[in-house]
Write a protein that binds this ligand. Structure first.
Ligand code: SF4
Ligand code: SF4
Length: 209
């Protein structure tokens, strides 16, 4: 049975003895999906415009009609574009939230966000106990979690709007609207969380959600 944790719970997930074989950064397909915070962090960390990373390290996929970005696995090695030759993450300090969570995943429940250990997570080294909040090492975690909650529910509502739109060209436009509003438009200056919050409110208004 899956055990669900809360942020301040202690779980056996820390891997100080991880030898960096890099296996957990290979063969991930389109699953390293990015959210707006990831795109903001990547652009800041790499000193690049997020739009300029698309078609190189970042590719796009459709999730129920909404166009979203994910990290590219390289053709031959099937390794993440950011995995260095030593089998280590070259963007470790600003890696995407999905990678930061590993071996955990997040579940959105009626009672709020819960965490669980992925059933197929690496067990090739000894794990030690750590408080989940400390493991994630995200500054202003309260704001981050509020953003994740809002983003999750916004995406669900936007996906439902696209799926129920019988006009194909209008549905396609809505799908790209999310990409343009939350990923391609830079988060220059100011506070990321207040900026993205305003964008979510405006997008909800625009989409009639
Ligand atoms: S967590 Fe496991 S699979 Fe990932 S790099 Fe470390 S040893 Fe390899
Ligand atoms: S971004 Fe870093 S941690 Fe995430 S899959 Fe790529 S190399 Fe691994």
């Amino acid at each position: 049975m899956i055990h669900y944790y809360q942020l301040n719970d202690i779980a056996k997930i820390s891997s100080p003895s991880c030898e960096g074989c890099g296996e957990c950064c290979r063969g991930m397909g389109e699953s390293i999906e990015l959210d707006p915070y990831d795109s903001f962090q990547l652009a800041e960390g790499l000193g690049a415009r997020f739009a300029d990373l698309i078609n190189n390290e970042i590719a796009l996929h459709s999730e129920n009609g909404i166009i979203l970005p994910h990290i590219v696995m390289k053709d031959v090695s099937d390794a993440c574009s950011f995995l260095n030759p030593d089998g280590r993450c070259s963007i470790h300090s600003f890696r995407p939230g999905i990678c930061r969570l590993y071996p955990l995943s997040r579940k959105y429940t009626e009672d709020g966000i819960r965490y669980f250990i992925q059933p197929d997570a690496c067990s090739g080294h000894s794990l030690v106990k750590i408080k989940i909040r400390n493991y994630l090492q995200i500054q202003e975690y309260g704001k981050y979690e509020a953003f994740k909650w809002n983003w999750f529910h916004f995406l669900k509502d936007a996906e439902a709007a696209v799926v129920s739109d019988t006009d194909v060209s209008s549905g396609t436009k809505l799908g790209f609207f999310v990409l343009e509003t939350f990923f391609l438009r830079p988060y220059d200056g100011g506070d990321f969380y207040s900026t993205v919050d305003k964008r979510i409110k405006r997008a909800r208004h625009y989409l009639g959600l």
